[in-house]
Write a protein that binds this ligand. Structure first.
Ligand code: HEC
Length: 263
């Protein structure tokens, strides 16, 4: 009997606290279970998928995110030829070097630009961090060059973020002003508006542009951007193993020969 009152007090304090915790849970869910064809020891990139992913980046993500480690000529890695790369670069507006008068802005305060060349890196959407934050309610859209390597969960994490919008928050969860509920993001409140919609891009190879397809394509492209030499690395590893096997065979044969008459 003597223990009943303290127990009741403990319950009264702890149980609502636990329930409250569940309702306001801000822990992110683990990334969705998704396997990409480029993963595993023999996985390679599908060139068409890489190009579709580049299209999604270019037409959707590049409005807010830079990709500043990738130059136009790197895009030969996703299967573009020299003429396509030249045309892509030429269509881009690259911040110009100072003109004869040393100016980088025109009289209206607009940044002077020039057409790109293959050696240029893809231009960033905003001039600097301040401008990027001012356009995104104070949040900074990170550069996407190595995002797949930089985040725990890698490709599956980025895919989960992109396909994780539109879910109903648990009762009692507070979606903050100018933020969106995304259970895969730390804190579950993300400043990025849902970037992908059905038909957000039109694929020239006839692939249906569902949100899921767009997410997989752009994640494939961003994985390539994070490690453009992945296929080479895997091939090299395979060749090294083959070489070591052949060497082991030769060493065994010479061992047999050296010791042939000794038994
Ligand atoms: C309208 C602007 C906008 C667009 C378009 C946009 N994003 Fe974002 N993105 C943001 C902002 C802002 C953040 C920062 C979110 C935060 O810190 O809450 C962000 C964050 C991210 C993150 C980081 C999550 C993390 O772990 O930090 C990834 C990955 C991402 N975006 C990928 C993409 C991809 C891929 C696309 C194109 C399909 C895209 N975004 C389109 C504004 C945008």
């Amino acid at each position: 009997m003597r223990i009943a009152l303290p127990l009741a007090v403990v319950f009264a304090l702890v149980v609502p606290a636990l329930a409250d915790d569940a309702a306001n849970t801000t822990d992110p869910l683990p990334p969705k279970e998704v396997a990409f064809p480029f993963q595993g020891p023999f996985g390679t990139y599908d060139r068409e998928q890489l190009q579709r992913g580049f299209q999604v980046y270019k037409e959707v993500c590049s409005a807010c995110h830079s990709l500043n480690r990738i130059a136009y000529h790197d895009l030969d890695g996703i299967g573009f030829d020299a003429a396509q790369i030249k045309a892509l670069a030429a269509a881009a507006k690259i911040p110009a070097e100072p003109n004869d008068k040393g100016e980088t802005y025109d009289s209206d305060g607009q940044r002077l630009t020039r057409p790109g060349i293959p050696a240029d890196t893809l231009p960033a959407p905003f001039a600097n961090e301040k401008a990027a934050r001012a356009n995104n309610n104070g949040a900074l859209p990170p550069d996407l060059s190595v995002i797949v390597k930089a985040r725990e969960g890698g490709a599956a994490y980025v895919y989960s973020i992109l396909s994780g919008f539109g879910q109903k928050p648990p009762p009692g969860f507070h979606v903050l002003a100018n933020k969106y509920y995304n259970p895969y993001f730390a804190g579950r409140n993300i400043s990025m508006p849902p970037p992908l919609t059905e038909g957000a891009v039109t694929y020239s190879d006839g692939t249906t542009a569902s949100v899921d397809q767009e997410a997989k394509d752009v994640v494939t492209f961003l994985s390539w951007a994070s490690e453009p030499k992945m296929e080479e690395r895997k091939r090299m590893g395979f060749e090294v193993i083959l070489f070591l096997l052949a060497l082991a065979g030769l060493l065994y044969l010479s061992y047999r020969r050296v010791w042939r008459d000794m038994h």
